[in-house]
Design a protein around this ligand. Structure first.
Ligand code: GRF
Length: 231
């Protein structure tokens, strides 16, 4: 079978861009067959733009506040992404809600990542909400963007334990490390043409095999095999 062409990405950011960096790193390690055509920020001067420039990637700043409506802003984004020949839009810490204008221009072609195990804790401050709720696990979710907030068919999730003494920062850091693994991998699955959406469910062709040992316990039970000490 002929190898599929690298997928052309447009990455949307608003800030630090560590997920953008993880995608760039995966590209450079040869783990991701993609080309970042453009990085667009809705805020000028953010560190993510500098990361892109350091790697010779084209950048644009399209400030949302210059547009009267969300739709007008999205039209400008769509135009720019079109000019750059983008096939898949990757939101990476992009702090704007997308309107139907964008979703119609890139149907099932917009991904996002959220720092919680959706549908738990959508919206901002997801890590704080998880801590306040007292969950033992939270994590991160890569999904195809739909109109609702952090709603949409789920591609990949990573579960992360909440540890005693965690604060928002320590928990966010633990989650971020997993974001950096599952986002490039999700994009690679897309590139390979392995994702199909059926209703709310994303089917993955040749789903990597797992078994019940993937179950995680937090705290671990003393009866869990990994806790047993040799006699
Ligand atoms: C991440 O926590 C991501 O889940 C959320 O925004 C944050 C972006 O971080 N959507 P960065 O800019 O990629 O470092």
């Amino acid at each position: 079978m002929a190898e599929r062409a690298p997928v052309k990405l447009g990455v949307l950011i608003s800030g630090t861009g560590t997920n953008l960096q993880a995608i760039i790193d995966a590209l450079e390690r040869g783990e991701l067959r993609a080309e970042i055509r453009v990085v667009i920020s809705n805020r000028p001067g953010v560190p993510g733009l500098e990361r892109a420039r350091r790697h010779g990637i084209a950048t644009r700043v399209i400030e949302h506040r210059r547009f009267a409506t969300r739709e007008d802003f999205d039209r400008a984004l769509v135009e720019a992404l079109g000019e750059d020949g983008v096939e898949l839009v990757v939101c990476a810490g992009f702090m704007r809600l997308l309107s139907p204008v964008m979703l119609a221009a890139f149907p099932d072609r917009v991904m996002n990542i959220h720092p919680a195990l959706l549908p738990a804790f959508p919206g901002v401050h997801a890590q704080k909400a998880a801590l306040e709720h007292g969950v033992r696990f939270t994590g991160c979710t890569v999904f195809f963007v739909r109109e609702g907030v952090d709603d949409g068919p789920i591609i990949a999730q990573a579960a992360v334990p909440v540890m005693p003494g965690d604060d928002e920062e320590s928990l966010s850091e633990r989650i971020r490390a997993q974001e950096h693994r599952i986002y490039p991998w999700s994009i690679q699955l897309f590139q390979e043409g392995r994702l199909t959406i059926e209703g709310r469910t994303v089917r993955i062709a040749d789903f990597p095999a797992g078994d019940e040992s993937l179950a995680l316990l937090n705290p671990r039970s003393p009866h869990s095999p990994r806790m047993k000490r040799p006699h």
